[in-house]
Design a protein around this ligand. Sequence first.
Ligand code: DAH
Length: 334
Amino acid sequence: MGAPTLADLAQALQDLERNGLAAIREATTPAVLEQLRVDYLGKKGELSQVLRGMGQLPPAERPQVGALANQVKDRLQEALAERVAQVQAVQMQARLQAETLDVTMPGLGQTPGHAHPLQQMMHRVLDVFVGLGYQVVQGPEVETDYYNFAALNFLPDHPARDMQDTYYLPDGRLLRTHTSTVQIRYMEAHQPPVRIVVPGRVYRRDAVDATHSAMFHQVEILAVAPGLTFTDLKGTLVTFIQALFGQVPVRFRASYFPFTEPSAEVDLQWRGRWLEVLGCGMVDPNVLQAVGYDPEQYTGFAAGLGVERLAMIFHEIDDIRRFYTSDLRFLRQF
Ligand code: DAH
């Protein structure tokens, strides 16, 4: 094989350009295009190879090959730049499509729950008394006869002590029938003045029906201080009831509880009817004595209410059992 002629080199440059342009057109990634640039235009690339043959041409012919080579180089560079821009645009388009965020799509909403209607009512009650300066305290649900009955001035043969009315444990303890137990427990451990509000579960051996449940919730209220009178009791309870129900009429009816004297039941007028909402009274001196308070020095008032009953009045619920069956159709209304 002899030295390449001008025609050979011109042909080689043409072939190089044609092949290079074809390869560039087919490239689909920036990495491939960069490799093509190196292969064709790099220091050891194909164009350099061809130019190496130029040295063997007569000097007069060399500029023609040089000019041709520059043209080829320019066209390949131009094609590369154009194709890089195209490939980048396609890639960007694909990315944008893949990342599409449709802000009008319905969200994956978190549906937070809410407090049970009984808890809501309990908290309403507590809120009012906390606002009046009362402290929230609690006590045990398994109790002794002493805290549930004896210290609260129930006589030994009081019917509430009957096995038929109260749940007894084999060891003689019982499930408390009211939250009044905490009056005794708190006063035993603290000196007056006392201002407490006591939420909790209580138990009665009742047949379950629309208005009775073997377990229900009460809130107990107790205030003891020198000089407290029945007007303090009335003012406090009317304030409480009206905070919950608005400016409803409230009436006090004489009643009886072993641990208060005098005692009363309190009704409110709601949608044209008088409804009983709580029991109350002045703390019986025997109860103060049982915890070592001097009844000559201190007087007190107490009240107890059923949370279920209050919620049933407030929301016009007809059956106490609805509170316990976890029916979402019912619960979601609150
Ligand atoms: N303990 C009573 C009950 O369960 C409710 C009650 C009435 C509580 C009068 C009191 C009160 O503190 O003074 O039926």
